[in-house]
Design a protein around this ligand. Structure first.
Ligand code: ADP
Ligand code: MG
Length: 695
């Protein structure tokens, strides 16, 4: 039998209805899918508790003993059955609100049972509400009991963790003991991995924690192995075929700028990164590099210097930003830096007038324009370069794969591509997701920055927050107030922003207030934004549209409303909008009092650190890679069931090296030992992404 095709509906007790639900809710269709639904947690059922030991127990436990009597208490909805359970020394109450008759019928007094559940404690007295009651038979779970994720809908149809456990057990029973291996022999030998058959049994029903660990290691490795195989195979294909422009010299423009126009000394990190990029652009291969640097780390000047290298070698360069505001800011900044250098720069954005476009198009075509700054407008077909050598994309998570591909086709030989991002992707993740894309990191801020102070306040502190804002305004500062995103359907969000805008106008009568949100017309948005950038308005009430790149050094306070609704990386991006000037800056996270423990933890990471990498790692660990703000939207080639990109960095690295070795000796996976890998890749690649243009 092929378990990758065998439908779960034929499992005894499953039936078509539940099978359909499992498919709908968790995408589980075949025995293979079901077996790959791993437990999220295990409960140790090798240990029995005594009632007298139950101080401070806050987990599932089991007790051996007998029911010594039943009684019914209460009326109506409070009516409950109480079974008094004795372990031979002490007694404890088992409480049931439902199925009273069933329970008194099914369970006998003075018979040995094992009860299992999470005890409640009320006024120092322990009890169990609806515990599991089992006979102490031979086939009950004696080691670790697996717990499985289910959904509310599944539970209402009887598909709770325990039912899944039963079905998975039945599915495992159908596995042939000689299950074909899914990892090459060399790899299994090298790492001494547990066999697949045993690993699958142990991951679901571990005999002990040692075997469970071995099973986990093998299965995690396997997942990461195939992810790497998928990515590296495609990356290799791309790499081999793409020649680049060779920028052999560092010429006059670069040197003149460096010696005569650079307004500050570069940080060591900036210098190192420029060297890395230059080394790439000299070589015969086309560059695809990701430049990471926390907000404010000074990526723009790096971009400019790289563009000067292109110009020195007779090429043009372009810098693409995700919004008109940002592109305009870049343009004005670069124009200022480049005055008296003889290097020409123009701006092309959606709102550029036709009459202004024409000369830009011409200058681009005949080579009179060195640097073009713009938005997506730069990608339009009518924008043709004479000789584009370097394309730089700022804040790449707003820039899709398709657009990047378009950039490539702007010259007969693809230009070098540098993608800049402030979203700090942990290295292991960057490596996994981008495969062979090279990564440069600016891990140092320019000197003299004051770290932003971050606070988490509840609603009750709002008056204090407002008086603080009054004080900052009196000192001439500007303030951001940010609300969660306005989405198509989320009328409430819009109402929040608009109400926030009205109340800010009322409370802070001493200044003018701007508002921007995603539902405004671009022109309206721009003029509101410009008013804030120029300092005409002093408070900006906004949704996350301001998240990316805006530079207003005079802004010193960032208030984030409903902070619990933002991801950590997003909060970090928002916080990066302040702290750009000489003044001490502050970031205030506002939430209601009733927030979950998880949220409290997340927000405390924000108040504890300013380090974007730490924030990103915490974000990954708390919410999973799927949520790492925007950047990872394209996701992995297939979902991870057991491996964790952050926690399993070492395994990831090992898998990557092994895959590299396999691909270098057998690039097309044609040797008999490797042939099955292609089929395995296909099996896993249910929702493949187009990687080929990324790296
Ligand atoms: P980001 O990496 O967020 O894009 P920017 O390039 O906008 O950062 O730089 C932030 C600010 O820091 C700018 O005002 C820039 O002029 C300044 N800056 C960049 N590099 C340095 C440096 N080496 N020394 C001092 N200031 C710098
Ligand atoms: Mg920037």
């Amino acid at each position: 039998m092929d378990i990758t095709k065998a439908d779960i509906k034929y499992l005894p007790g499953m039936g078509p209805k539940r099978a359909e639900l499992l498919n709908k809710e968790l995408g589980i269709q075949t025995l293979y899918d079901l077996i790959n639904h791993f437990p999220y947690k295990y409960i140790d059922r090798s240990r029995f508790y005594k009632i007298s030991e139950m101080d401070n127990v806050n987990a599932h436990i089991q007790i051996r003993g007998q029911i010594v009597g039943f009684s019914v208490k209460g009326e109506g909805r409070a009516k409950r059955l109480i079974a008094l359970f004795s372990d031979g020394e002490k007694t404890i109450e088992l409480i049931f609100f439902k199925g009273l008759n069933y329970i008194t019928d099914a369970y006998k007094i003075r018979t040995d049972y094992i009860i299992f559940g999470k005890p409640n404690c009320f006024n120092g007295v322990y009890s169990f509400v609806h515990p599991d009651i089992e006979l102490p038979t031979e086939d009950r779970i004696k080691g670790f009991m697996p717990l499985y994720h289910t959904t509310e809908k599944m539970k209402t149809h009887g598909l709770h963790s325990k039912a899944l456990q039963k079905f998975i057990f039945l599915a495992l029973k159908q596995l042939p003991e000689k299950l074909p291996e899914t990892l090459p022999l060399t790899v299994r030998k090298k790492h001494g991995f547990m066999g697949l058959f045993q690993a699958l049994w142990e991951i679901h029903f571990p005999h002990n924690s040692n075997l469970l660990d071995l099973a986990k290691t093998r299965l995690k490795y396997e997942e990461l192995f195939y992810i790497q195989l998928a990515i590296l195979r495609q990356a290799k294909g791309m790499r081999a075929s793409t020649r680049g422009h060779e920028f052999l010299k560092v010429g006059d423009k670069f040197n003149d700028f460096y010696h005569n126009h650079l307004p500050f000394a570069l940080t060591e990190a900036q210098k190192r990164v420029i060297k890395e990029i230059r080394a790439d652009m000299r070589g015969p291969k086309q560059m695809n590099r990701l430049l990471q640097g926390d907000v404010g780390s000074g990526k723009t000047i790096v971009a400019l210097m790289c563009m000067l290298l292109a110009v020195d070698n007779g090429f043009q360069a372009c810098l693409v930003a995700p919004t008109e505001i940002l592109a305009t800011q870049h343009y004005l900044g670069l124009k200022d830096l480049l005055k008296n250098t003889g290097v020409t720069v123009e701006l092309l954005i959606g709102s550029t007038k036709k009459s202004e476009r024409k000369p830009i198009h011409e200058a681009l075509r005949n080579g009179n324009l060195d640097i073009l700054v713009g938005t997506h407008a730069v990608l339009e077909d009518e924008v043709q370069f004479n000789n584009l050598g370097l394309a730089i994309i700022d804040e790449q998570h707003r820039f899709g794969v398709a657009q990047r591909a378009k950039m490539w086709s702007k010259n007969t030989r693809a230009p070098h591509v540098l993608v800049m991002t402030a979203t700090p992707i942990p290295r292991t993740l960057a490596m996994t997701v981008y495969g062979d894309l090279d990564v440069s990191v600016i891990d140092e801020l320019p000197p003299g920055r004051k770290p932003i102070r971050t606070y988490h306040f509840y609603e009750t502190k709002r008056p204090n927050v407002y008086s603080f804002i009054h004080k900052e305004l009196a000192e001439g500062r500007q303030i951001y107030v940010v609300y969660p995103l306005v989405k198509e359907s989320e009328k409430i969000d819009l109402k929040n922003v608009e109400e926030g805008f009205e109340s800010m106008k009322n409370i802070f009568k001493e200044v003018k207030v701007s508002m921007v949100h995603g539902k405004m017309k671009p022109a309206e948005k721009d003029s509101e934004m410009q008013a804030f950038v120029s300092g005409e308005t002093r408070i900006l009430v906004a949704t996350t549209v301001i998240e990316v790149g805006v530079n207003v050094p005079n802004a010193s306070v960032m208030v984030i409303e409903n902070a619990e609704r933002f991801g950590l990386s997003q909060l970090h991006q928002l916080r990066g909008r302040v702290g750009r000037g000489a003044e001490q800056s502050h970031c205030i996270l506002m939430t209601k009092y009733e927030i979950s423990e998880d949220t409290r933890k997340r927000l405390s990471i924000m108040t504890e650190t300013n380090d974007g990498f730490k924030v990103a790692e915490a974000d990954l660990q708390l919410r999973g890679p799927g949520d790492l703000d925007g950047t990872m939207q394209s996701g992995l080639p297939f979902a991870l069931h057991i491996a964790n990109l952050v926690r399993d960095g070492v395994v990831l690295q090992t898998a990557r090296e092994d895959v590299q070795q396999i691909l270098s000796s057998d690039p097309n996976l044609q040797s008999p030992e490797h042939q099955f890998l292609t089929a395995q890749l296909k099996l896993r690649a249910t929702d493949a992404v187009n990687w080929s243009m990324i790296s």
